[in-house]
Design a binder for this molecule. Structure first.
Ligand code: FAD
Length: 465
C-alpha cells in the first residue's frame, strides 16, 4: 500500500492547486482523477468556453461590423468547427501544463475512481479494473459537480444537451433554446448567436443574469436583444420533446403556454455535487441537505483529517473559489494560519458579450441589510479606450457604505470588465474607500479609468460626466 501525507481526490482547479501547495509545503502528495487533469474547468468549462468566446467576438465583428471597421469580405465563411478545434488545442495545452506541474512538484498521479475504504485509506479503481489502495494522513475531496436536468427532461446528448456536449460539438445549431440564463447559458447564447444561430434564452426568474444587480440584468437584456437573442423571462419550461428535426420546447408564462421549435436545446439550470460514490457515509463525512460536503471555515469536514474544496462544497461554483479554497486547505493541513474566505466578496464574472462582473452586495441587498448606501454609476461611453475598441456599451456601479466609505459591492457590464475587478476587491479587502480609488492615478487611455471616475461620482465630482 503506497503511503502519503496528503491524497487529493479530483484534479480540477480545487484539487490540483491544493496538491501543488501541499507539495510546496513539504508534504508527500498524491492526486487521483478518474478522467483527466484540470477537471471541468480546463477540459470542458472555463477555458474552452473563453476560447470560443474569442472566436465569437471576431465572428460578430466581421459579420455585423465589418463595414464600420473597414473590412469588406465577399462571401464571408465562418467555420465553427475550426473554432471548436482551436478551443480543444487551448484546453490540451493547459491540461498538459497541469501534468508538467505535477511532475515538477513530485506529486504522484493516479488515474482512476476513488472510494474511501477507511478514514486513513482509499481505493483507486483504474479503467481496466485494477485496484490500488493508498494510505494517507489527510485527504482532500475536490470531486466537483455535475449538471442537472429538468424533471422529466432527458439529456440525449444529440438534440438535448448539457454544456458537456455543447462545448465539444463542432456542429453549429441553426436554432437553439437555452434553458437557464445564468453564466453558462449567457455565454453559449453569445457564442452561438455570434455565428448566426437563432437563440432563444428561457429563464424562469424575472430577469436574465438573475443573481446580478437589477440594472445589470436590464442592460444585458437590452444588449442581447440588439444582438438578436430572444430573452424570455418569467417563463418556465414544462417539457422538451425530440422531433424529427430537433426539439419542441413547451413553456409556460403569464401569457399562457407556448411551443418553441429548434434544432437543439441546452439545459443550463444548475449542478449537483459529486459527493456520491465515494463511500463518505462509511467514514462519517456529513453532507448538507442538498448533498454538498459540509465544511467549516478551514475546509475541514465532519472528519478532522478529511477536507473538501471546490464545487462539491457548494459555496460558489467558480474555479477561482475552488483554487482559493485549495490553497487555504493545503496551508491549514501544513499548519499555516489561514484567513477564511469571505464568499460574499469574491469576484464573479460572466464572459458573455457584454461581459458582466461583480462582487459583494447589490444595491438592493445592501439596502435590505439596513445600510445607508451611496451609489456611483459611470458609463463606458466617455472612455477613450472603450471608444477605440468600438465597445463602449455598459457601465460600472459602485455601492458604498455612506457611514464609513467602505465598498459594499461593485457591478460592472461592458468591455473586459472581468479584468477590472481586482483593483476593487483589493480595495474592499483592505478597507480602502472610493476616495482612495479616485486618488489612484490610472494610466490613460485604459478601461480602468472608469473605476477612478465611478469613485469620483461617489465623491460627487467625476470629470468626464
Ligand atoms: P472540477 O473542475 O469539476 O474537477 C473535479 C474532478 O474530480 C474531475 O476532474 C473529476 O473527473 C474528478 N472526480 C470526480 N469524482 C471522482 C472520483 N470518485 N475519483 C476520482 N476523481 C473524481 N468558473 C469560473 O470561475 N470561471 C469561468 O469562466 C467558468 N466557466 C465555466 C464554463 C462552463 C461551461 C462550466 C461548465 C463551468 C465553468 N466554470 C467557471 C465553473 C468551474 O468550471 C468550476 O467551478 C470548477 O471546475 C470547479 O472546480 P473543482 O476542482 O471543484 O471541480
Amino acid at each position: 500500500m503506497d503511503e502519503f501525507d496528503v491524497v487529493v481526490i479530483g484534479a480540477g482547479p480545487g484539487g490540483y492547486v491544493a496538491a501543488i501547495r501541499s507539495a510546496q509545503l513539504g508534504k508527500k502528495t498524491a492526486i487521483i482523477d478518474k478522467r483527466w487533469l484540470g477537471g471541468v474547468c480546463l477540459n470542458v468549462g472555463c477555458i474552452p468556453s473563453k476560447s470560443l468566446l474569442k472566436n465569437a467576438d471576431v465572428a460578430h465583428t466581421l459579420r455585423e461590423r465589418g463595414r464600420e471597421f473597414g473590412f469588406s469580405i465577399e462571401n464571408l465563411q465562418l467555420d465553427f468547427a475550426a473554432a471548436v478545434k482551436r478551443s480543444r488545442q487551448v484546453s490540451d495545452r493547459l491540461t498538459r501544463g497541469v501534468g508538467f506541474l505535477m511532475k515538477k512538484n513530485n506529486i504522484t498521479v493516479y488515474m482512476g475512481e476513488a472510494r474511501f475504504s477507511s478514514r486513513q485509506s482509499i481505493k483507486v479503481t483504474t479503467k481496466d479494473g485494477a485496484v490500488e489502495e493508498l494510505k494517507a494522513r489527510d485527504f482532500i475531496i475536490a470531486t466537483g459537480s455535475t449538471p442537472i436536468s429538468i424533471p422529466g427532461v432527458s439529456i440525449d446528448g444529440v438534440n438535448v444537451l448539457t454544456y458537456q456536449e455543447a462545448i465539444l460539438q463542432e456542429k453549429l445549431p441553426q436554432s437553439v433554446v437555452i434553458i437557464g440564463a445564468g453564466a453558462i447559458g449567457l455565454e453559449f447564447a453569445t457564442i452561438w448567436s455570434a455565428y448566426g444561430s437563432r437563440v432563444t434564452l428561457v429563464e424562469m426568474l424575472p430577469r436574465i443574469a438573475p443573481l446580478e444587480d437589477e440594472e445589470i440584468s436590464a442592460e444585458l437584456d437590452k444588449a442581447f436583444s440588439k444582438r438578436g437573442i430572444t430573452c424570455l423571462t418569467e417563463t418556465r419550461v414544462l417539457a422538451v420533446e425530440t422531433t424529427s428535426t430537433g426539439v419542441r420546447v413547451t413553456t409556460s408564462s403569464k401569457d399562457g403556454e407556448s411551443v418553441i421549435e429548434a434544432e437543439q436545446a441546452l439545459v443550463a439550470i444548475g449542478f449537483r455535487p459529486n459527493s456520491q460514490n465515494l463511500d463518505l457515509e462509511k467514514v462519517g463525512v456529513e453532507l448538507t441537505e442538498r448533498k454538498h460536503i459540509k465544511v467549516n471555515d478551514k475546509l475541514t469536514t465532519s472528519v478532522p483529517n478529511i477536507w473538501a474544496v471546490g464545487d462539491v462544497t457548494g459555496k460558489l461554483l467558480l474555479a477561482h473559489v475552488a483554487s482559493a479554497q485549495g490553497i487555504r486547505c493545503a496551508e491549514a493541513i501544513g499548519g499555516r494560519e489561514v484567513i477564511p474566505l469571505d464568499y460574499n466578496m469574491v469576484p464573479r464574472a460572466t464572459y458573455s458579450h457584454p461581459q458582466v462582473a461583480s462582487f459583494g452586495y447589490t444595491e438592493t441587498q445592501a439596502r435590505e441589510l439596513g445600510k445607508a448606501v451611496k451609489v456611483g454609476k459611470f458609463p463606458f461611453q466617455p472612455n477613450g479606450k472603450a471608444l477605440g475598441l468600438g465597445d463602449y456599451g455598459g457601465f460600472v456601479k459602485l455601492v458604498v457604505d455612506e457611514d464609513n466609505g467602505n465598498i459594499l459591492g461593485a457591478h460592472l457590464i461592458g468591455p473586459e470588465v472581468s479584468e477590472l475587478l481586482p483593483e476593487l476587491t483589493l480595495a474592499q479587502a483592505n478597507g480602502l474607500t472610493a476616495a482612495d480609488i479616485a486618488r489612484n492615478v490610472h494610466a490613460h487611455p485604459t478601461l480602468s479609468e472608469v473605476l477612478m471616475e465611478v469613485a469620483e461620482v461617489v465623491e460627487g465630482k467625476a470629470v468626464h460626466l
